[in-house]
Design a protein around this ligand. Structure first.
Ligand code: C2E
Ligand code: CA
Ligand code: CA
Ligand code: CA
Length: 277
C-alpha cells in the first residue's frame, strides 16, 4: 500500500517528467526544423481604416512538419523562448522576409512588414546585424519595417530601452503588441518612445456585446490618442468592429475581415497597386 501523500507526489513527478519530455521533443523538432528549412512565413494584410488601402503585412511564423502539416507559432514560440532557440528562429525570420519580400520592399517604400520580436531578441547581439543585413541585401529602407514587441519584452526595461533606441535611430517603427494583456500602463509606454500600439483581439471581441468589459476598448483608444500613439486594431472580424474603431480614431486594422495570413505572393497582388501609388 502506498500512502496518499506519496502517491500524489509520484503523480506530480510523472506529470513533470512528461512535461519535460514533451518540451524536449518539441525543442528537438524545432532544431530539426531550423536545420531543414521547415519554417515559412504567412503574411496578414494591415489596412488603413481611413482609405481601406493595404499599407503592409505582419509576418507570422509556421513550421512545416515532414508530413506536410503546418504547426502554428502558439505551439512552438513559447518553447523556443524557454530553450533559447528563439534568437536563431528570429534570424531565420529575417532571412525569410528577405527571400519573400525583399524585391517588393525595395520597389515600394510605403509598404511595411511587421515582425514579431521576443524579449530575448532584444538582449541578443544578432538582432541589429540581422536587420542591417536584410536592408543591405534588399535595398529596403528602415521605414519599411515595423518591429512588434509584447509587454513581456519589457521585463528588463534597461535592455529594452537600449535595443528600442537603436532600432528607432535607424528609423524602424516600434509597435507594442497585444496591448492591454500585460501589466504596463499607458503612462509607462509614453516614457518608452514607441510609435504604434496594437490593440489586442480580446478587447476587439467585446465591441457591441454590451458586456461591462466592452467599455475598456474605448478608454484604451482615447488614452493612446492623448499620448499621440497611432494604433492598429487586431483581430477585426466584423464590419461593426471595424466601424467602431475607425470612428474612435484608430488608424489601422488587421483581421479576418480584411484578410487571413497568406503567402507573400498573394499579398503582393492584394497590395501592389495601393503601395505603388
Ligand atoms: P500575434 O502577434 O498577436 O499575431 C496575431 C495572431 O492572431 C495570429 O496568429 C493571427 O493569425 C491571428 N489573427 C489575425 N486576425 C485574426 C482574426 O480576425 N481572428 C482571429 N481569431 N485570429 C486572428 P498566429 O499566426 O497563430 O500567431 C500567434 C502568435 O505567435 C502571434 O500573435 C505572435 O505572438 C507569435 N508569433 C508569430 N510569428 C512569430 C515570430 O516570427 N516570432 C515571434 N517571436 N513570435 C511570433
Ligand atoms: Ca504581432
Ligand atoms: Ca498581437
Ligand atoms: Ca496575440
Amino acid at each position: 500500500l502506498v500512502p496518499a501523500g506519496l502517491a500524489a507526489g509520484i503523480a506530480v513527478a510523472v506529470a513533470i517528467m512528461a512535461f519535460a519530455r514533451r518540451q524536449m521533443s518539441v525543442a528537438a523538432a524545432l532544431r530539426h526544423g531550423l536545420a531543414h528549412h521547415a519554417f515559412i512565413l504567412a503574411y496578414q494584410p494591415i489596412v488603413d481604416l481611413r482609405t481601406g488601402r493595404c499599407i503592409g503585412a505582419e509576418a507570422l511564423l509556421r513550421m512545416r512538419r515532414d508530413s506536410g502539416e503546418l504547426i502554428g507559432p502558439d505551439l512552438f514560440i513559447p518553447i523556443a523562448e524557454q530553450t533559447g532557440l528563439i534568437t536563431r528562429m528570429t534570424e531565420r525570420v529575417f532571412e525569410l522576409v528577405e527571400q519573400d519580400a525583399g524585391h517588393f520592399l525595395a520597389r515600394h517604400p510605403d509598404f511595411h512588414i511587421a515582425l514579431n520580436i521576443s524579449a530575448a531578441d532584444l538582449r541578443s547581439a544578432s538582432l541589429l546585424p540581422s536587420i542591417d543585413r536584410l536592408l543591405q541585401r534588399t535595398g529596403a529602407r528602415p521605414a519599411n519595417l515595423i518591429v512588434e514587441i509584447t509587454e513581456r519584452g519589457f521585463v528588463d526595461p534597461a535592455t529594452a530601452r537600449r535595443a528600442l533606441a537603436a532600432l528607432r535611430e535607424r528609423g524602424i517603427a516600434i509597435a507594442i503588441d497585444d496591448f492591454g494583456t500585460g501589466y504596463s500602463s499607458l503612462s509607462y509606454l509614453e516614457s518608452l518612445d514607441v510609435d504604434l500600439l496594437k490593440i489586442d483581439r480580446s478587447f476587439i471581441e467585446t465591441i457591441g456585446t454590451g458586456a461591462p468589459t466592452s467599455q475598456v476598448v474605448g478608454h484604451i483608444i482615447a488614452m493612446a490618442r492623448t499620448i499621440g500613439l497611432r494604433m492598429i486594431a487586431e483581430g477585426i472580424e466584423t464590419r461593426e468592429q471595424a466601424e467602431f474603431v475607425r470612428r474612435q480614431g484608430v488608424e489601422y486594422a488587421q483581421g479576418w475581415l480584411f484578410g487571413k495570413p497568406v503567402e507573400f505572393r498573394t499579398i503582393e497582388q492584394l497590395c501592389a497597386i495601393e503601395a505603388a501609388r
